[in-house]
Write a protein that binds this ligand. Structure first.
Ligand SMILES: NC(=O)c1ccc[n+]([C@@H]2O[C@H](COP(=O)([O-])OP(=O)(O)OC[C@H]3O[C@@H](n4cnc5c(N)ncnc54)[C@H](O)[C@@H]3O)[C@@H](O)[C@H]2O)c1
Length: 262
């Protein structure tokens, strides 16, 4: 990795925004963690390409010359390529990609899974980030490197925080992140996974939960202290996307208030 090492600033110096002159794509930016991330990146000086399939959510983001909305379905290759092309055409480069868009699966165990739920959850949560990274990496390499932050879940590390499709997609996303980190790290691209616990957002279980899946999840709940605010996860994503995290590559970082520590 050939990234800038951030040194402590003298207290008398003016604080420089942490993502000044950086160009970032944030998917799922219309709601929850993605919206908090897009707003925070914008506040910290980034030029942001905000991607979501729901235009109404994107319309609530700050509207100025450093924020560009793209209505897109991340599970479609052409849409991911369009998002990257928008970053390069509009802002001239791409420094960061945050794959935040994701869906859940009604906590369905394997015995209750339909092909449709399996394929949809895998398409959005795992194929989507792969397509976005495949489109983004050549653009990042042209600029000398970049950062990818993939939002997995504690459901990507443990078996009872989601249904079978969600668990498989989020475990798979951690593996995909590590492969990108190991493969492209020497060329200046860092890839990191974030594993939130419960976060207070608009995400729903995607319909009626499976009683068996809900029972398994509920068994873990006594150890869960609370739900995070979306901003608490966005703050971690900001750190990881910034040069302050220059030596963090290939890690899966848990932010769950201690839920899985107990
Ligand atoms: N909320 C939690 O408790 C929690 C916990 C762990 C991990 N996560 C993960 O965090 C991420 C964000 O979740 P959130 O809680 O902010 O949910 P959210 O529902 O508030 O936001 C998700 C956003 O993704 C968008 N989206 C969904 N499918 C899309 C697609 N195919 N193309 C483009 N946009 C799409 C939605 O429109 C929505 O705006 C997800 O990957 C989720 O799995 C959430």
């Amino acid at each position: 990795m050939t990234q800038t090492i951030v040194r402590p600033t003298d207290a008398a110096e003016v604080r420089v925004p942490r993502l000044q002159n950086k160009v970032a794509i944030v998917t799922g930016a219309g709601s929850g963690i993605g919206r908090a991330t897009a707003e925070l990146f914008h506040r910290e000086g980034a030029m942001v390409v905000a991607v979501d399939q729901v235009a109404a959510g994107l319309a609530q983001l700050p509207a100025d010359e450093r924020m560009q909305s793209v209505v897109a379905d991340v599970s479609r290759r052409a849409d991911d390529e369009r998002a990257v092309a928008t970053a390069v055409d509009r802002f001239g480069r791409l420094d960061a990609l945050c794959n935040v868009a994701g869906i859940v699966d009604r906590l369905l165990p394997v015995g209750e899974l339909t092909d449709e739920v399996w394929e949809h959850v895998l398409a959005v949560n795992l194929t989507g980030p792969m397509l976005a990274m495949r489109a983004a990496i050549p653009a990042m390499l042209l600029g000398g490197g970049g950062v990818i932050v993939n939002i997995s879940s504690i459901g990507g590390l443990f078996g009872a925080r989601g249904g079978a499709a969600y668990a498989a997609s989020k475990h798979g996303l951690i593996g995909l992140t590590k492969n990108v980190a190991a493969t492209y790290g020497r060329e200046g691209i860092r890839a990191v996974a974030v594993c939130p616990g419960a976060v207070d957002t608009g995400i729903s279980l995607g319909g009626d939960p499976s009683p068996r899946g809900l029972e398994a999840l509920n068994a873990t709940l006594p150890a869960n202290p609370r739900a995070a605010a979306a901003l608490e996860i966005a703050n971690l994503i900001l750190f990881l996307a910034s040069d302050e995290a220059s030596f963090v590559n290939g890690a899966a970082i848990v932010a769950d208030g201690g839920w899985t520590a107990a």
